[in-house]
Design a protein around this ligand. Sequence first.
Ligand code: FMN
Length: 149
Amino acid sequence: MSFHIATSHAQLYIVRRMPTSSSLYEVLYVSTIAPEAPLSVVADIVRKARPGNQERDITGLLIFDGQRFCQQLEGSQKQVLSLVERIRADPRHTDVHVVHHGALATRRFRQFDLGYTSSDDGDLLARLAQLDGQAAMAAFTALLAHVDL
Ligand SMILES: Cc1cc2nc3c(=O)[nH]c(=O)nc-3n(C[C@H](O)[C@H](O)[C@H](O)COP(=O)(O)O)c2cc1C
């Protein structure tokens, strides 16, 4: 009897903890499209990514400037890191450089399984790739003012 009570307390604790925003995690990376990849891969990536992200409760944004990708992904740490490892191994891009990762208080892109936008300024992502940590995240949020969302 006491065992059952202890179990139900533990389950209650887990149910309460899971939806809190404190368990959110985000990753921001910059990469370069593979030299042999046609530009049409971008639409293909976005179309296939959305249902997978929805299933894993991941949201985020992908920006492409014709040469570089910049992607922010947010969700549970386990799901986000597992996805980033798969993305890192994807031959459609190279030089995957994580510029920021860490805890996140509230989602930045709650409305997007994977938002997509393009940038026609090739310098923005090139500069972002040189930054690190909070400076990189600040540059990313600043560049959102220059893209169509
Ligand atoms: C720039 C880039 C961004 C990607 N973003 C996502 C994404 O947000 N979600 C996703 O499921 N796959 C994304 N992918 C595709 C993954 O690399 C991978 O192909 C996909 O998750 C299927 O993996 P699997 O074959 O191991 O199941 C992206 C690929 C690239 C090149």
